[in-house]
Design a binder for this molecule. Structure first.
Ligand SMILES: Cc1cc2nc3c(=O)[nH]c(=O)nc-3n(C[C@H](O)[C@H](O)[C@H](O)COP(=O)(O)OP(=O)(O)OC[C@H]3O[C@@H](n4cnc5c(N)ncnc54)[C@H](O)[C@@H]3O)c2cc1C
Length: 405
């Protein structure tokens, strides 16, 4: 009798599992059960419709630095299937890829439909069954088989792979099976600051800011920062929101953001400003240009110190210099709430990784039950890393199942 495999969820993790399992085990009867009437819907909207499938960072030790949750768990997983393997896999399956200067990898077509077509066609060619509008509501293991209760009907299967992403319904199913869960919170968001003092600067960005949260001293992120009409955004903010997702949630999204506008080293900057007093005593401070910031931003920062517009370096005094140092290296703004970044978000939380075997992605203490993708407590910063976790996990399951036979 061929073994039956039920894959719950027709997203990236579900499809990649199905294809790799079906290819390695042609005798298996593989079925994808999808709750909605659409397949791969997040793949289609991902990367602004272009699908950022992976990244060029491939060394597992370096790659894991992009995963606030999953860091240790993923190291040996990426040893088996890393970003290079993803690129090879898609190329082998007819998708030509290209790399952007920042290391993100996309299909050359710049269309996520290319990834959709690749995954869908491969499933079809391998004879994977696809059932739409099958929402799993309960799961029970009896007499060596998993009994799957869908809203529409009941089915049974030898092996179950959960690839549903996170939602309340599936968390209830997991709780009934006593699978430990880290309650999910949003990750990858931008910071809201209503009526902030820099509203007139919205659209201005700096390339090398350092950002941190005053109430949480454990993390500083650097990178581009964008001033928006609703608050602060850009890669540095997204990284901070991702690494501190749980701490920020505890603060109810109300906290003080601290900005060092150009990753200034405080001591060197202080020295530089005091040298200006000696070397350029008659120069007006407001017209200083060596700060490396957009002119409008510098003017706004200078004006907010309360220093007189025409003060020159010889008149500024120690107090004035300290005001400048503070505004350039520790600019503080009150954050009240969050917004979604280009509708792109992931959930931090999900199945506690202590309940998962990293070699097989099987759930400990449950026979023939596996989980993969965003349902696990694994998530990453932007850059193609979230899909990579789904591809690598799916590969591990497929390898484990083919070795098991
Ligand atoms: C707008 C947006 C853009 C993104 N862009 C990128 C990007 O460019 N690069 C990147 O790496 N990551 C990106 N991400 C993150 C990435 O999409 C996710 O990490 C990835 O889709 C997770 O895959 P998954 O298969 O685990 O879950 P999902 O893609 O969420 O798929 C789960 C599937 O399971 C189904 N399902 C849920 N519950 C049940 C149930 N009870 N029974 C049956 N089926 C069920 C769902 O309907 C869904 O189809 C983006 C996310 C968003 C929201």
């Amino acid at each position: 009798m061929p073994k039956s495999i039920a894959i719950i969820g027709g997203g990236a993790a579900g499809f990649f599992s199905a294809i790799n399992i079906a290819k390695k085990n042609p005798n298996y009867n593989v079925t994808i059960y999808e709750a909605s009437s659409k397949l791969l819907s997040k793949v289609l909207i991902s990367g602004g419709g272009r699908c950022n499938v992976t990244n060029t960072i491939s060394e597992p030790k370096v790659l894991v630095n992009n995963y606030p949750r999953g860091y240790d768990f993923l190291k040996p997983v990426f040893d088996q299937f890393t970003t290079l393997d993803t690129q090879k896999w898609f190329t082998k399956h007819g998708v030509n890829l290209k790399t952007e200067p920042d290391g993100r990898v996309f299909p050359v077509t710049d269309s996520s439909e290319t990834i959709y077509n690749c995954l869908y066609q491969n499933c079809k060619e391998l004879g994977v069954n696809i059932k739409l509008k099958y929402r799993l509501v309960d799961l029970d293991f009896k007499q060596g088989k998993w009994h799957l209760k869908f809203k529409v009907k009941h089915e049974a299967s030898d092996i179950v792979i959960l690839a549903t992403g996170i939602n309340t319904g599936i968390l209830n199913v997991l709780e009934k099976l006593s699978i430990p869960i880290i309650q999910p919170v949003p990750s990858l968001f931008t910071f809201n600051s209503k009526n902030h003092r820099q509203l007139n600067l919205s659209g201005i960005s700096v390339s090398n800011a350092l950002v941190s949260i005053k109430e949480i001293t454990s993390r500083i992120e650097n990178g581009p920062l964008l001033i928006t009409h609703w608050g602060y955004s850009g890669p540095s903010i997204l990284k901070l929101s991702s690494w501190l997702a749980f701490d920020i949630e505890k603060l109810n999204y109300n906290f003080n953001l601290s900005i060092n506008w150009n990753s200034y080293d405080l001591k060197s900057l202080e020295k530089h400003l005091f040298l200006n007093v000696i070397n350029s005593p008659k120069q007006k401070v407001r017209y200083w240009t060596e700060h490396g910031l957009p002119k409008r931003l510098w003017h706004q920062l200078f004006d907010s110190t309360g220093l007189k517009e025409y003060v020159n370096w010889s008149e500024i005094g120690k107090k004035g210099i300290h005001k400048l140092l503070s505004i350039l290296t520790r600019y503080e703004v009150r954050i009240q709430g969050k917004s979604t970044h280009k509708e792109e978000f992931v959930s931090a939380g999900g199945i506690d990784l202590s309940a998962v075997d990293f070699k097989s992605f099987s759930i400990k203490n449950h026979s023939n039950l596996y989980a993969v993708g965003e349902l696990l407590n694994i998530d990453a910063v932007t850059g193609g890393f979230n899909f990579q976790a789904a591809w690598s996990g799916a590969y591990m399951i497929s390898e484990h199942l083919s070795n098991k036979i």
